[in-house]
Design a protein around this ligand. Structure first.
Ligand code: PDD
Length: 287
């Protein structure tokens, strides 16, 4: 069945949706995005995603074509129109489509940004069988640009990373720079040692995950110890547990790193507990 999508102020069937070949998102990856999950037909952590979107836009000197209130309205409308109970809402804003291809940014007064939103239906997102098994990751060098705090649509290297993981019989890749893990291809990375949750501190080296912020807050509220610092793959391989977080995986246990099994090879208690708390609390706060 055809989806209803949102393009530059209009709701339309996905087949009708068209973007110019001069769009800078297409030509230059000059755009930002957000992914918000939907549970029980409601948006999870919407405010965090909206705030980070604004920050990404500000960092790139781009204007939002809609207010944050309108953004919430569009998200809700798409969820309703497409009957999404569990799934994801994707949003992209690009610097628009100038008359010619040019490296120089167009004048925003002449070239409005392009905005696109669409949904993906994912029944079973919360009760994921993968989360009961845990995932395997490999490590690869982090070859991305150095403004990973901006959520841009330059996703080629993360895609290549997922393909490298697939070729190695794993599920995902952790990116390593100067000997330390930065994050996963599309998620933040954590280890657990002696009950302590260890994850890299916020900087331009990683995306400031919205799920990360919520999970660390819930962990601290539950009196779990959190240490924000980088770690090596070797340290991760000897950790008690590991996991990732993102809007599309929530809290996902990691059971193998570069072929080395963690503990008994099953999801650990801390990751399991954090997943439960995250799902419970964020469902309560969903909008
Ligand atoms: N990815 N790090 C990177 C590089 C990411 O792409 C993402 C999200 C995260 C986690 O951020 P959050 O908790 O706000 O989802 C960390 C989304 C889900 C994606 O690209 O599909």
């Amino acid at each position: 069945m055809s989806r209803t999508v949102y393009v530059n102020g209009e709701y339309m069937a996905e087949e009708e949706a068209k973007i110019s070949i001069f769009d800078r998102g297409f030509l230059m990856a000059d755009g930002v995005y957000e992914v918000t999950s939907v549970l029980d037909g409601r948006l999870i952590d919407f405010e965090g995603h909206a705030k980070r979107l604004q920050r990404s836009l500000d960092e790139l000197g781009m204007q939002s074509p809609v207010s944050m209130d309108e953004l919430l309205e569009i998200h809700r409308e798409l969820v309703a129109k497409n009957g999404i109970e569990e799934g994801l809402v994707y949003l992209q804003i690009t610097r628009g489509a100038p008359a010619d291809r040019d490296f120089v940014f167009p004048d925003p007064a002449e070239t409005p940004p392009t905005i696109v939103l669409f949904t993906q239906n994912k029944p079973g997102l919360a009760e994921s069988p993968v989360a009961r098994m845990g995932i395997k990751v490999i490590s690869i060098p982090d070859l991305r640009w150095h403004r990973r705090d901006i959520k841009t649509v330059q996703l080629l290297y993360p895609s290549m990373g997922k393909m490298m993981a697939k070729a190695a019989g794993a599920d995902d890749a952790w990116l390593v720079e100067n000997g330390k893990v930065t994050e996963g291809t599309s998620n933040n990375a954590y280890i657990v040692k002696g009950g302590k949750i260890i994850t890299r501190e916020l900087s331009n080296d990683i995306l400031h995950g919205i799920t990360r912020a919520a999970v660390l807050r819930f962990a601290r509220e539950a009196q779990m110890e959190v240490e924000e610092r980088p770690f090596t793959i070797k340290e991760a391989q000897s950790a008690d547990e590991a996991f990732i977080t993102s809007a599309s995986t929530f809290v996902m246990p990691v059971v193998e790193i570069d072929g080395v099994q963690l503990g008994n090879g099953k999801p650990g208690p801390v990751a399991k507990r954090l997943r439960e708390i995250y799902l419970e609390e964020s469902r309560k706060a969903a909008v």
